[in-house]
Design a protein around this ligand. Structure first.
Ligand SMILES: [Zn+2]
Ligand SMILES: [Zn+2]
Ligand SMILES: [Zn+2]
Length: 667
């Protein structure tokens, strides 16, 4: 390395150049030619000791290997300081590293800028487009603000869709703040799977928290999920959110998240005694009159009648008090830990300085962790059997084979409860038998159970079955008296069974048209990802999986070609074109297509049919004429009418989103 050494300036025509470290030379410039006059064969400075040698600029550089390692660690969200410490430890000390902390930070910052060089929003949309190309069921929808910025963004993948079809009866809707540098609220749709674990249904970044924005989000959710709406929606009580839910899911029961309520209670009511009262009012198994009585006396004795939070909360008691919610199926949402868990867990992956692209990457990792948890628990549920302890062995054995471990624990409590029941009589009304039971210690409360011996139907007037989806101890007691060893089919809720995700029991995939195909694809892709996970650990398993899949593919190919009357073989596959390559500047180009497409529409409504791509009608009103000559699959990444959401017609435009997603030619 050549450099000007300041110690040797001796005149206008003289310059000194230090050719480190072996020799020093003084030169003279004569008509642009440098001539060497003297050579000093010594260093003009102290040599740096060995302990500093790794800091000398000439010795520093990040090798490609270092860079690759940094990139992959960064991908998994490891903080830069820890990457530095890890790599130093790996190479035997900081002195052995060829770069400094500053070099590392500069490198990572440069990579970050390069990734979003076309802008964060464009990079995010491109990333999601890439995902949509790899997995046909990934769907993303976004809006554009009046000044051409990314408004709201909503995205789901195939496994989320198939999980929603199975477990979307109860859906929680949670806003998280400080998850990105634009301060856009992040919405997480989640529910509980058959193991009572959290499962994610989708994510959204919202432009703001207005009712119209939530409405856009929910309408897109319903559209993407094949029109399935939840029965119960759990929220943190945001007013705009509640209004949008009432509009889009009019039949759904609204429930407030217990964890959020408790948190608000701590903030808004200083009386610590009231917190205990509130918790009891929320979770205790009161009858309605008992609840009212308890609340009135407790609030009066604490002098909180005029506290505004207490008043407001009481007004929406139907959304949180167990007394009013009894009989509403809640998929285990009575326990408060779920919301707390998902909030704390997801926040661990997010930073308030993250770009949207980084946020989307981080959430991908969150979903992978949740899915891995499910596979682990599914394994234990399938291959380990619990010890029978209740004394009603045949019923317990049947239940243990049927339910997942988490649900079986609850069912077992009910089977155990049979021992505490007192028999209070048995009557017959025509063909129906009526049993009466009371519990030891509470002789006044009698429960009636109706039993129909012909079609093995059992009904109890306690609301355990309705709210938890499992039979109560009264029902098990009748089974004992009647000698039934198996739980009747009418009392088995599929979503709690070990085989809830078994592809053989997926009626939603039987639906006709594109929607059915989309769901079938989602179902198969979740099944094959399980094959990949289970088959990749051991070499023998891998060989077995590979051979089985190869023979399956062969058989499927024969079926497809026999039906089409063609010849089996790879040649037929040429009919399918390559998917559209994700554009790095997707958003601006899309805007152009968007405009051209909508020009002929005199009303100025920017809509295109998803089936044929022609503006002026929708896929629902399409005549079947296909201008592009392909039958598209309605997915991919697509802008919805962002302008529409500004002039107040969001409902119409969002329910019929414009999809310019990828079209595949179908054989
Ligand atoms: Zn919550
Ligand atoms: Zn009962
Ligand atoms: Zn059409």
């Amino acid at each position: 390395m050549w450099g000007v050494s300041t110690g040797f300036w001796s005149g206008e025509t003289f310059s000194a150049i230090d050719r480190a470290p072996d020799m020093l030379s003084t030169m003279i410039v004569l008509s642009d030619v440098w001539k060497v006059r003297t050579i000093f064969d010594e260093h003009n400075h102290e040599l740096a000791p060995a302990m500093f040698s790794h800091l000398l600029p000439s010795h520093r550089s990040m090798s490609n290997g270092d860079k690759a390692q940094v990139d992959s660690m960064k991908q998994f969200g490891i903080p830069t300081a820890k990457i530095m410490a890890y790599m130093a430890g790996q190479s035997g000390g900081y002195g052995m590293l060829r770069f400094t902390k500053r070099d590392l930070y500069n490198y990572i910052h440069g990579q970050r800028l390069a990734r979003i060089s076309d802008g964060d929003a464009v990079a995010t949309i491109s990333y999601l487009e890439g995902k949509a190309n790899a997995d046909m069921t990934t769907v993303a929808r976004y809006t554009r603000t009046a000044d051409d910025r990314l408004g709201s963004l909503f995205w789901v993948d195939g496994e989320m869709m198939s999980d929603y079809q199975l477990f979307g009866d109860v859906m929680a809707f949670d806003s998280t703040y400080r998850s990105n540098k634009y301060k856009k609220p992040l919405v997480v749709f989640s529910g509980s799977n058959h193991h009572k674990q959290t499962t994610i249904f989708g994510f959204a970044l919202l432009e703001d928290e207005e009712v119209r924005t939530y409405r856009w989000l929910l309408l897109n959710l319903v559209d993407v999920m094949g029109e399935k709406t939840p029965c119960v929606v759990v929220t943190d009580g945001d007013k705009a959110m509640r209004a949008a839910i009432a509009e889009v899911f009019p039949a759904a029961r609204h429930r407030l998240c217990g964890w959020h309520l408790e948190k608000n209670c701590v903030q808004r009511v200083k009386d610590t005694e009231f917190r205990k009262v509130f918790k009891k009012a929320m979770y205790a198994n009161f009858e309605v009159e008992d609840f009212e009585e308890y609340w009135k006396t407790a609030v009066e004795s604490l002098g909180l009648q005029n506290n505004s939070w207490v008043q407001q909360t009481y007004e929406v008691k139907e959304s949180w008090a167990t007394a009013y919610l009894r009989g509403t199926f809640c998929a285990g949402y009575r326990t408060t830990s779920r919301c707390e868990g998902i909030n704390a867990y997801i926040k661990g992956f997010l930073k308030s300085t993250d770009s949207i692209l980084e946020l989307v990457h981080s959430l991908d990792r969150v979903v992978k962790v949740y899915r891995n948890n499910e596979v682990t628990v599914q394994f234990y549920s399938t291959y380990y059997s619990p010890v029978l302890t209740t004394g009603l062995d045949s019923i317990e054995l049947f239940a243990s084979k049927l339910y997942t471990r988490a649900v079986f624990r609850e069912v077992k409590k009910q089977i155990k409860g049979v021992a505490t029941l007192l028999f209070r009589g048995r009557d017959s009304i025509s063909t129906t038998v009526v049993y009466k039971f009371s519990r030891m210690g509470a002789p006044g409360r009698i429960h009636k159970v109706l039993f129909d011996p012909d079609d093995k139907k059992i009904q109890c007037d306690c609301s355990m079955w309705n709210s938890e989806g499992i039979p109560c101890s009264h029902i098990f007691c009748v089974m004992k008296y009647e000698g039934l060893e198996q739980i009747p089919d009418s009392l088995i809720l599929r979503r709690w069974c070990k085989d809830a995700k078994d592809s053989r029991r997926m009626p939603v995939t039987m639906r006709p048209g594109d929607e059915g195909r989309m769901l079938r694809y989602a179902a198969l892709s979740s099944a094959t990802s399980l094959v990949a996970r289970l088959g990749s650990d051991e070499r023998e398993d891998f060989e077995f999986a590979k051979e089985s899949i190869a023979s399956l593919i062969d058989k499927l190919r024969h079926r497809v070609y026999e039906r089409a009357g063609g010849q089996p073989g790879m040649s037929g596959w040429k009919a399918m074109k390559d998917p559209v390559v994700a554009r790095t500047k997707g958003a601006p180009k899309r805007k152009k297509e968007f405009d051209q497409c909508s020009q002929p529409d005199v009303r100025g409504k920017r809509r295109c049919c998803t089936k044929c791509g022609t503006p002026g009608h929708t896929k629902r009103t399409c005549s079947g004429y296909c201008a592009r000559g392909v039958s598209g699959i309605g997915n991919g990444v697509s802008p919805t009418d962002g302008n529409g959401s500004h002039d107040g017609s969001a409902a119409a435009s969002a329910s019929l989103p414009t999809e310019l997603g990828h079209a595949y030619e179908v054989i």
